[in-house]
Design a protein around this ligand. Structure first.
Ligand SMILES: Nc1ncnc2c1ncn2[C@@H]1O[C@H](COP(=O)(O)OP(=O)(O)OP(=O)(O)O)[C@@H](O)[C@H]1O
Ligand SMILES: [Mn+2]
Length: 269
C-alpha cells in the first residue's frame, strides 16, 4: 500500500504554504528544498526551522491546534485570506499521519493565537493559568467537580471593577502562578466563591473577588450562568483575559474582549 509520504509531493505541490505540526527532523528535512513556504508549528523549534510558530499548549483537539497554527501564520503575514494551506499533523502518536487542506478565510479566525500571543499578560502566564484550570478540571477538588474563574492581566482595572467577598488570602504575598506550591494553593482556594485576579506578570493579586463588570450581557453558551457571564464581561471592560472552568459541564473556556475564544475539554489532555 502506498504510504502517506508517497503522495505528499502531489498534495503540497500547488499549496501556498505547508504547516508542519511538531515534525520529526527527518520529516521536516524533506521539505527544505521546495519553493513552498514551510512553517513549523511546535512547542520548541527543535528542527531549526526558518519559520516557526510556537505552540504554548499541545491542543489535543486537532482543530484547535490547526487553527492556532494558521492564525499564527496569518499574524506573521506568511499566509493570508484565500491561500491554500496544507497542514501535516499527528493525530495518533506515530508521527505525522494526517494531511488537512484548508483555505484560509476570516471565519477560521477565532482569536486563539491572539489569546496567547497578544494578551496583556505574558504568554507563559496565560499558559500556566490554563494548566491549573485543566488540572482542576481533570481531578476536581477531593473528587468533586469544581468551577473556577481566573482573570488574567490588567489587574489594576480588574480590581477597580470588582469587590472582595472576604479577606484576600494573597493580600501581602508575592507569589506567582506556575510555581508548583502556588498551583496547589490555587486549587485549594478554588472552593471559595468569586474570582482569582492575576497580574500581567503572573502575580496572584487576589482570590475571592466578586466581579462587577458593565451590565450589558455577553454571549455565553447556553446552560452557563453568572460565573461565565461575569468572566466574559470583565474582558470587555478591561484588557484582561478570563479563563473559566465550569463546574457544571467541566469545560475550560477563555474569553477576550468579551468574546469566547477557546473551549477545551480537560479530559482530552
Ligand atoms: N460576578 C461574579 N464574580 C465572581 N464570581 C462569580 C460571579 N458570579 C458568580 N460567581 C461565582 O460562580 C459560581 C457559580 O455561579 P453560576 O452557577 O451562576 O455560574 P455558571 O456560569 O453557571 O458556572 P458553572 O458552570 O461553574 O456552574 C458562584 O458560586 C460564584 O462563586
Ligand atoms: Mn451554574
Amino acid at each position: 500500500m502506498a504510504s502517506l509520504t508517497d503522495h505528499l509531493s502531489d498534495l503540497v505541490a500547488d499549496a501556498d504554504a505547508v504547516l508542519l505540526f511538531s515534525p520529526a527532523s527527518s520529516f521536516h528535512d524533506r521539505f527544505e528544498d521546495g519553493d513552498t513556504e514551510i512553517v513549523v508549528v511546535a512547542p520548541d523549534n527543535d528542527v531549526d526551522a526558518g519559520t516557526f510558530v510556537e505552540l504554548p499548549l499541545p491542543f489535543e483537539n486537532v482543530k484547535d491546534r490547526i487553527r492556532f497554527g494558521i492564525e499564527g501564520a496569518m499574524d506573521a503575514e506568511l499566509v493570508s485570506e484565500g491561500d491554500e494551506v496544507v497542514c501535516i499533523a499527528s493525530v495518533f502518536d506515530g508521527g505525522s499521519d494526517a494531511v488537512i487542506r484548508v483555505t484560509v478565510d476570516e471565519t477560521i479566525h477565532t482569536g486563539i493565537y491572539d489569546l496567547f500571543v497578544h494578551s496583556r499578560a505574558e504568554p507563559s502566564v496565560i499558559r500556566d493559568v490554563f494548566e491549573v484550570a485543566i488540572e482542576l478540571g481533570q481531578k476536581g477538588q477531593k473528587g468533586k467537580p469544581v468551577g473556577a474563574l481566573f482573570v488574567v492581566g490588567d489587574a489594576g482595572k480588574v480590581m477597580n471593577k470588582s469587590r472582595p467577598l472576604s479577606y484576600n488570602p494573597f493580600e501581602k504575598s508575592h507569589v506567582h502562578v506556575g510555581d508548583p506550591i502556588v498551583n496547589v494553593m490555587l486549587k485549594e482556594f478554588s472552593r471559595l466563591d468569586g474570582a482569582f485576579v492575576v497580574s500581567d506578570s503572573g502575580k496572584i493579586v487576589s482570590a475571592y473577588r466578586y466581579l462587577e463588570p458593565g451590565a450589558e450581557g455577553v454571549d455565553i453558551p447556553k446552560g452557563l450562568g453568572a460565573r461565565h457571564m461575569a468572566g466574559g464581561a470583565i474582558t470587555r471592560d478591561t484588557n484582561a483575559t478570563s479563563i473559566v472552568l465550569s463546574e457544571s459541564d467541566g469545560l475550560v473556556r477563555a474569553f477576550k474582549t468579551g468574546e469566547l475564544v477557546l473551549e477545551i475539554d480537560p479530559e482530552e489532555y
